[in-house]
Design a binder for this molecule. Structure first.
Ligand SMILES: [Zn+2]
Ligand SMILES: [Zn+2]
Length: 283
């Protein structure tokens, strides 16, 4: 162990004695190192099979050995596979927001373990691990990139596969909060990501695992994926801490309504298109 690590650890141990750890979900004093009390653990919804083999969207039931959701069967995403550990719901929202905005970075290790379970195959297959980048100005304001923090917590990274600055944002975007799915998409599309010049030679024929905190519409990860593929990556997978499943903010209702269509390996495109038209008519 590095000396600085040892010092940091004993400093943290002293701090724990002075300030007993509090649950990240409810603030109750806890004695567990997981940073969550038993009730808050129980409030989390872990995502698992059956899920869309492509985007990881939870499906009501498995109708095929490798099921695919309605959206992916009509329009496959740019990335190969996306997985998320948790459903972004009432049980997860508060703690993720505190992790992102209130310096509760102590939960990162626990979140990392959850992600390792959800993305074991993806971690096994990847050559490089890269977080979705924050813009420099936002990074200065917040002091850390939560996705980079999560990437570093993945112990299966084999030490050396994580490249925190593989991607860069080249333009600051206005905050995504409060924007509709379509507005987000536009916001992201006009915002270019780029492969950091110093890593340009590392991407050829590499499989990259992108790390993000919360998947919403997929616009950000699609834009990152396009950039990585253009830079030479052979494929891109995505691993997130949580994903939005139902319409919870009015921004993704169409997306989710579409995804509720369960498709087998040979999708009935006619049904999909009919449902799509019906949804379009509602909007
Ligand atoms: Zn709690
Ligand atoms: Zn899908």
């Amino acid at each position: 162990m590095l000396k600085s690590d040892a010092i940091k650890r004993s400093a943290l141990a002293c701090l724990d004695l002075l300030l007993p750890p509090r649950c990240l979900g409810c603030g109750a004093i806890i004695d567990s190192s997981s940073r969550l009390c038993a009730d808050c653990w129980r409030g989390l919804t872990f995502l698992g099979p059956p899920i869309c083999r492509s985007c990881g969207y939870p499906l009501p039931q498995a109708v095929a050995e490798r099921p695919v959701c309605g959206v992916c069967s009509v329009e496959p995403p740019a990335f190969s596979r996306a997985r998320a550990a948790l459903r972004y719901d009432d049980g997860a929202r508060g703690m993720i927001l505190r992790f992102k905005h209130a310096d509760r970075t102590d939960i990162a290790k626990t979140f990392g373990r959850m992600m390792e379970r959800a993305g074991a195959d993806l971690l096994e297959d990847c050559d490089l691990i890269a977080p979705v980048p924050l813009h420099r100005i936002r990074l200065l304001q917040r002091g850390y990139n939560q996705a980079a923090l999560l990437a570093r917590m993945l112990v299966k990274d084999g030490r050396g596969r994580v490249v925190p600055d593989l991607l860069q944002r080249v333009r600051a975007t206005t905050s995504q909060q409060g924007l509709s799915g379509e507005q987000r998409m536009r916001n992201i599309k006009t915002n270019a990501f780029r492969v950091h010049p110093k890593h340009r030679n590392r991407l050829a024929d590499r499989r990259v695992l992108l790390i993000d905190d919360v998947l919403t519409t997929g616009a950000t990860i699609n834009a990152c994926t396009h950039t990585l593929i253009k830079g030479g990556a052979v494929a891109v997978d995505v691993l997130a801490l949580a994903r939005v499943v139902r319409d919870e903010g009015g921004t993704i209702s169409r997306d989710n309504a579409d995804r509720s269509l369960l498709m087998s390996d040979s999708p009935d495109l006619e049904t999909v298109n009919r449902k799509r038209s019906a949804l379009d008519a509602q909007h």
